[in-house]
Design a protein around this ligand. Sequence first.
Ligand code: ADP
Ligand code: MN
Length: 519
Amino acid sequence: MDSVGVAAAAAPSPDAGPGPAWQSKCPWGTPNTTSISCSLADVMSEQLAKELQLEEENAAFPEVVAVAEGPFITGENTDTSSDLMLAQMLQMEFDREYDAQLRREEKKINGDSKVSISFENYRKVHPYDSDSSEDEVDWQDTRHDPYRADKPTTTPRRGFIGKGKDITTKHDEVVCGRKNTARMENFAPEFQVGDGIGMDLKLSNQVFNALKQHAYSEERRSARLHEKKEHSTAEKAVDPKTRLLLYKMVNAGMLETITGCISTGKESVVFHAYGGKSATEDKVIPPECAIKVFKTTLNEFKNRDKYIKDDYRFKDRFSKLNPRKIIRMWAEKEMHNLTRMQNAGIPCPQVVILKKHVLVMSFIGKDQIPAPKLKDVTLSSEDMKKAYYQTLSMMQQLCKECNLVHADLSEYNMLWHDGKVWLIDVSQSVEPTHPHGLEFLFRDCRNVAQFFQKGGVTEALNERELFNAVSGLNITADNEVDFQAEIEALEKMNEDHVQNHGKKLSTFSSDGDPPIYDE
Ligand code: ADP
Ligand code: MN
């Protein structure tokens, strides 16, 4: 019997029913799966999340929190879950080997023939689900980043560049074609688009739209092929691989119990967990942790790439837009930024561990109740004033000591806990020299100034004064339009400087990086 025959006999055929192989003839007995998937499904339910959010919004008291009932991953059922996990991991491993064998067989049959037969429908792991270890950190390192133009080529707001006959509009075929080619990279990961940018391919809108349509139907086909509902790529917050990661953390004893979901956002889901014991003695795991899971859904992160792609710290690694890698980069960025802030003594969550797109940090709050956001808490005028001065000084520290601009600073990302303001949500934070760093800083200043002015802090600086106070710059324009123009001019100057003097060197070595959790 040939080797494919063996593999095919050992594995159930792809349409042999929904259950994985170990369920029918499991050498370890029959693990009780229902207890786990049920409660997790509850916790993950979009509807429940919405209800909880509504509840939170309607709550007169910030104490009413959106914590789901009952723990859904605990250390207590270690035995079952470790068998289950083992089985799942073995199954994954088996599926991958099976597919590799299938690919070899496919290659053998097709040889050099012009007409080829595809075995793809027989694969156990569809390309969309595969997340092989080769994929892990082998960042592309090309010297020329196609997303970073040598000269800025953005189409300005008025919709055209140039003068007279040399005018180029945003509808220009070449410009538009290149843009389409770049946008193509935003399709689902593993959707093979080839090296369009390298070839300077220019896609017409018609072709681009047809491809886009195809990419979406591929995505749906993938979901149909693997009808296990947990595999849904779009809706569920936590996919099986993420769940496995979380199980492992509980099994390793690092976390005691994952109690439930604190927040579901567009780009992340945050869980509460009780901390367990650390494997190493020098590291103490906080009694309560927050687990931020960056969503691995495929389309959410498209709009955020401007934060990371122009960040020279990540520049070399951003030559190919593979969403899965980018999502991990967000988690990594949040970790590094939190560590910098921690080192500067800014109140913020302390990083516990990073594993792929899952970041574990200390929980701001108590007894499963997260600290309220500044927008939800009613402070006395004295506390409000205190919060303002603290925010001002944190913004200065962030800029001067951490060399960071928060870039999403507002009453939504400031928590009130222990009589002070805590900063969270720094995955999008950038260095002030980022090509849009000062614009982001100005936006932060506007949010902060408006919040505290509305909150009745008469001493609060206006957004322009705050910007100068935080950045140490001295922009004198007395109206918003001129002020912003000066900011953009400064950014441009800095950009030219960077381009003329080569890219800046930067390392994370001084961050004292926390350990990366290892299997
Ligand atoms: P998002 O990108 O979804 O806004 P955040 O980091 O702001 O992600 O987290 C979402 C919410 O989860 C926050 O508004 C906050 O209520 C809660 N949260 C996040 N991190 C923590 C933490 N370390 N401790 C307590 N609550 C947290
Ligand atoms: Mn947030």
